[in-house]
Design a protein around this ligand. Structure first.
Ligand code: MG
Length: 159
């Protein structure tokens, strides 16, 4: 059986934080706020993976009240999610993700983000799609109050 999962995440931008997207540190005077490294792209992918197998959300598995996850790399969290999926007979087939960010320009960094994610997910690079979309100056994303990401995954489940 093939299942699909949908992930969405949103974080606010704050001064004095690194900006990490798909495990790549992006040059920026502000970064995403959160308990972990607040990597909104990796979170969306993780949410999609959990959703594909109806395993709840990241907050359930990695509560932000748990000091173990403070400042943790979200790629590490994603690795745990892959283990959860694998343990239930799931094999990730592909990922398609979009980051919504007004600035900085992310296009040159998208291949590196896809590569980092592919490594953690155990996928060939041609099965990982990372795109960026400008919110065209509209709303909270356009005002650079935060960044959002969405992702879909397909997972083959056996047994
Ligand atoms: Mg998040």
């Amino acid at each position: 059986m093939t299942r699909v999962g949908l992930g969405f995440d949103l974080h606010s931008l704050a001064a004095g934080r690194p900006l990490v997207l798909g495990g790549v540190t992006v040059e920026s005077d502000r970064g995403l706020a959160g308990h972990s490294d607040a990597d909104v792209l990796s979170h969306a992918v993780g949410e999609a993976l959990l959703g594909a197998l109806a395993l709840g959300d990241l907050g359930r598995h990695f509560p932000d009240t748990d000091a173990r996850y403070r400042g943790i790399s979200s790629l590490t969290l994603l690795r745990h999610v892959v283990e959860l999926v694998t343990a239930r007979g799931g094999r990730l087939l592909n990922v398609d993700a979009t980051v919504l960010a007004q600035a900085p320009r992310l296009a040159p960094l998208l291949p590196e983000m896809a590569k980092r994610l592919a490594d953690v997910l155990g996928l060939e690079i041609d099965r990982v799609s990372v795109k960026a979309k400008s919110p065209e100056g509209l709303g909270l994303l356009g005002r650079q109050e935060g960044m959002a990401a969405m992702a879909v995954v397909s997972v083959e489940v056996t047994g």
